[in-house]
Design a protein. Structure first.
Lengths: 429, 348
């Protein structure tokens, strides 16, 4: 009886085709890394009843560590006992063996292995040529590797075609279904250098929260941010000392299941983009995260996120930021700051600056002066002088910009904070 | 030594009955002797070796915390005149402490081990300060003192091994590594094994770089003993594991083979070399090697781990794996005692 040759690219998930007895047997075994055998030490002392029996048993046991038999983690490798879990980004390795179970020589054997996912079909076989003959009790072996790039159902389709001694052409297929799961949960958060207030610099901080949602511990070998062309990135996850840098996570170099870690990156716009960054509205592309991890005996996984995007904070039509401000100033002593006013709108503005005093901040200089015309996307720097009459952390407020063309006033309060200290020690404190 | 432990357990049962403490007698008042306690220890140790953890836990219960008054010499002044202290063998305390972790209660194990550790440390410091073990001013001869210090140091390191092992089973790798590391001070001759073991822990986590650092320390320790790295099986084994973690099964196989040149009968290297062959796509060769090892030296190779590997490869090789596994079953039946863990043959 002849079985019809290659059937059409079927997506049916039969476990086995035709009930015909085949001369060849196909076996598949997933090759995860082996594990180290652990012992269970039971000991006694020479003065105890069993004497040296237990110690001798442990010394004779081939899987104990010689010289330290009470150490449970031996050096004996054990092959994987079950399929286990497989996660996105890991490499699926499998042993495929075709064995001649019969007593006759079989000819022209072609073994093909394909991986079928919901979106594509990939050929995994190392060689695509037929083996001319296979003697009884011999086998054709292949080890295939594939980096898993999709989540969900995957089907390994193995097809074997061969010719018997009598010239009959036979064919069979086997299907092996497995699920690919998600290994990591990644959440990202953006912070401006000073959130909600106009920033001193144009730095943006990215916090990436990574959670291990597998069932075994993971060693995070590399978590890096590849910036888009607008930004330069500084990683803030290691403390550098003279010789080497130590991770901010200290001794905990690995992530237990369901543990989360936060990674921090600082992004600065490149000089050629810096001016624009202050005026950018809407969505900018920041970059993407590249994550490499390892588990048991170096089993590797790798994932990249999609391009991360950031909504630029809205600055309104006119943005006021601080170019220079001291951290700490003396009580009732005037100090200087430099403000940068940027026109974020599409039209030219004619601005007038007014300064209003608050309970703690007193401005020095002329209020109500004209700053001149400012074209779209242009900016100007204004030095200002002020003093504080109250000690402690004081908020700088009270600047008002009025656009004379539209007769619109923009208010700027709580622009920044400054620490006011008293330089004299009073006699009765 | 024929490993017929079940039969041994039965024997202890009969002997304990003769002491008035056998089956059905739990909860009744009784007297202990050092002999009866040793019998109990053997019985409980064998139950644990047979993985009958619940039975062991039940039988340990009447003993409480191993500190009942009737477990002390002072309770029997006529039988043991003048003797003081606990009659409970130290190994029995260790066994009692280690048992809960096999019943998914590792915290209890750690608590009990901590107690033993602090008592041992106190005794050791008493001895080192010139006092007797219990802190009294009793005089000991120089020889007796040294022997006692030696004994308690070895007991302390045994307890520390127990704690480190338990932490490792709990997957608390940071503490486990610290504990293993602290044993080196008490057992410096085991530094190579301990450092290599710590390296293997890091390989299990996936932190290959730190593992390599520990393996370098092993190399230094070996060099100080006067051996070149290529002459030392520990160094070669560690190198092989690093290659394995880098997916380089070919070089791992070379390293395991180099170990075999130095130590042809090394069962671990033989097993591991065969495992590497499988990952290189050489099933028949691998199977052939393991089978010939089992055939030539069944006493050594009829071990759970080797048999797991063998049966896994039989299942991969052919449809007649059941017959081959049965052949293994016959081979083990005539060699092993009644304690053999038959599940490793995967016959069901």
């Amino acid at each position: 009886m002849q079985v019809k040759g290659q059937s059409s690219a079927a997506d049916r998930m039969d476990v086995n085709q035709a009930k015909q007895e085949h001369l060849l047997a196909l076996k598949v075994m997933r090759l995860t890394k082996p594990t180290l055998f652990t012992n269970m030490p039971v000991t006694c002392e020479d003065r105890d009843l069993p004497g040296d029996l237990f110690i001798r048993l442990m010394k004779d046991d081939p899987s104990t560590v010689k010289g330290a038999e009470t150490l449970i983690l031996g050096e004996m490798l054990t092959l994987p006992q079950n399929f286990g879990n497989i996660f996105l980004g890991e490499t699926f390795s499998s042993y495929i063996s075709v064995h001649n179970d019969s007593s006759q020589v079989v000819k022209d054997i072609l073994v093909k292995a394909d991986l079928q996912t919901s979106s594509q079909r990939l050929n995994l076989s190392a060689s695509n040529s037929a083996v001319s003959e296979l003697k009884p009790e011999s086998c054709i072996d292949d080890v295939i590797h594939h980096e898993v790039k999709e989540i969900g159902t995957h089907i390994l389709v193995c097809a074997v075609s061969y010719t018997t001694q009598t010239g009959e052409k036979l064919y069979f297929r086997k299907f092996f279904k497995f699920q690919v799961l998600k290994p990591l949960d990644v959440k990202t958060k953006f912070y401006n250098a000073e959130s909600d207030l106009s920033s001193v610099t144009d730095e943006v901080f990215l916090e990436a929260q990574i959670q291990n949602i597998t069932t075994s511990p993971m060693f995070m070998e590399k978590v890096s941010l590849e910036p888009s062309m607008m930004y330069n990135v500084t990683e803030l996850n290691a403390v550098s000392s003279a010789d080497e840098s130590e991770s901010t996570f200290g001794k905990m170099s690995y992530l237990q299941p369901l543990d989360t870690r936060q990674y921090l990156y600082c992004l600065k716009p490149k000089p050629e983009f810096a001016e624009k960054a202050g005026v950018i509205k809407g969505v900018t592309v920041i970059g993407k995260l590249d994550i490499v991890w390892k588990t048991n005996l170096g089993e590797r996984g790798r994932l990249q996120t999609s391009q991360l995007q950031r909504m630029a904070p809205g600055y309104g039509d006119v943005r006021l930021s601080l170019e220079f401000i001291p951290d700490t100033v003396n009580l009732e002593e005037p100090f200087d700051i430099t403000c940068k006013i940027t026109n974020c709108s599409e039209r030219t503005m004619d601005l007038v600056l007014e300064m209003c005093n608050t309970r703690s901040v007193h401005w020095c200089g002329v209020s109500g002066r004209q700053l001149g015309k400012l074209s779209p996307s242009a900016s100007l720097s204004i030095p200002l002088r002020l003093l504080s009459s109250v000690q402690g952390l004081q908020s700088i407020s009270g600047l008002r910009l009025t656009d004379t063309f539209l007769k619109r006033t923009y208010e700027y309060d709580d622009i920044a904070q400054v620490c006011v200290v008293c330089p004299y020690t009073s006699p009765e404190s | 030594s024929t490993k017929n432990w079940r039969a041994s357990v039965d024997l202890t049962g009969r002997l304990l009955t003769a002491h008035g403490q056998g089956y059905g007698k739990s909860g009744q008042p009784t007297g202990h002797t050092t002999d009866s306690l040793q019998l109990w220890f053997v019985r409980l140790a064998l139950l644990v070796k047979l993985n009958l953890f619940q039975n062991a836990e039940l039988e340990f219960e009447p003993f409480g915390n191993l500190d009942h008054p009737n477990l002390y010499y002072e309770y029997y002044p006529t039988v043991y005149p003048g003797r003081r202290g606990s009659m409970v063998p130290f190994s029995m305390r260790v066994l009692h402490a280690e048992l809960p972790q096999y019943l998914q209660k590792p915290q209890d194990t750690l608590d009990r081990l901590h107690r033993i550790k602090s008592v041992s440390q106190k005794i050791l410091s008493n001895l080192q300060e010139g006092l007797a073990e219990d802190g009294s001013m009793m005089n000991l001869t120089q020889d007796n003192r040294l022997a006692s210090i030696q004994l308690w140091r070895s007991r302390l390191s045994r307890v520390m091994y127990s704690m480190a092992n338990c932490l490792l089973m709990m997957k608390d790798y940071v503490l486990a590594v610290e504990t293993y590391h602290s044993i080196i001070e008490y057992e410096p001759e085991q530094s190579v094994q301990l450092l290599s073991g710590i390296g293997r822990i890091f390989l299990q986590i996936g932190d290959i770089r730190t593992a390599e650092k520990y393996f370098q320390d092993v190399e230094k320790a070996c060099q100080s003993k006067g051996k070149t790295p290529n002459e030392d099986t520990s160094v070669l084994m560690n190198r092989a594991f690093v290659y394995l973690s880098q997916n380089n099964y070919a070089d791992a196989h070379v390293c395991f083979s180099s170990v075999l040149k130095l130590d042809p009968k090394n069962p671990v290297a033989n097993n591991n070399a065969a495992v590497c062959l499988l990952y290189l796509g050489r099933l028949k060769e691998s199977l052939g090697q393991l089978e010939s090892l089992v055939h030539k030296d069944p006493a050594l190779y009829l071990h759970e781990s080797v048999l797991f590997n063998l049966t896994t490869m039989y299942e991969l090789e052919s449809s007649r794996s059941t017959q081959k596994k049965q052949a293994l079953l016959e081979a083990t039946a005539c060699r092993e005692g009644d304690s053999f863990n038959i599940q490793c043959l995967k016959l069901v």
